[in-house]
Design a protein around this ligand. Sequence first.
Ligand code: NAP
Length: 248
Amino acid sequence: MGVLDGKVSLVTGASRGIGRAIAIALAEAGSDVALNYLSSEGPALEAAKMIQALGRKAEIYKANVANPAEDDEMVSKIMDDFGTVQIVVNNAGITRDKSFLKMDRPMWQDVIDTNLTGPAMITQRLAQPMMEMGWGRIINITSVVGAMGNFGQANYASAKGGLISLTKTLAREFARKNVTVNAVAPGFIETDMTSQVPDKALDQIRSLTPLGRLGKPEEVAAAVVFLASPAAAFITGSVIDVNGGMYM
Ligand code: NAP
């Protein structure tokens, strides 16, 4: 018996990195999983097959979370396929780094659209049926950068900081219907997103992290499974840091 037996989860950006680990961990806890991806169809299919091998239902959905029409289409396909969604993990995210004075408007807008507006719009589409069911879990993947800022990431830090404020506001709006809204704020995690960071910068990150290393996607996924589980029923509007002590 898993703590999420009988539940259906949607994980955005589930083809790679943290989202993939979250999708698999939710399935290991008993949930069926709808996996969203943007361009990595092969890896998304591979993750879905791993979930099916665990005995859970898994389907993949191509959609750009920043595009409202694609969000609508994805949500209605998922509803047709699974009948319901009780757990939403807004994980898909991008970076477009540049020092602020050199950051052009598309770099700003793409990051805000994907990392903040996308989660808001997907949540808007799925929160109503959750509230009607009287049970739901919305979990937003923000970042340590959303709380502390970061050189070269004015767009990303603004989006992730906004996502924390969105989490707290929706926690207040949805609580009366037993829908909790929380966030997980990873520090630096070993994924494709951090693989382009130069070695020297990674050394500096390790030295600023009390635990002395980068995190693993599975360590973020464990916090998400906890927030989705019955054990977290009285937690809403919280941000769980998974950052090795980098920011407290
Ligand atoms: P990643 O390895 O770059 O993977 C990003 C995932 O998001 C991929 O599955 C990608 O799909 C998907 N994606 C990107 N843009 C999308 C869009 N517009 N619509 C739908 N899917 C989209 O990133 P990650 O490191 O796992 O990061 C996952 C989340 O954690 C992000 O929100 C990120 O900001 C956050 N985070 C990461 C770190 C870190 O150190 N890695 C730290 C703090 C927070 P395709 O593969 O199909 O392109």
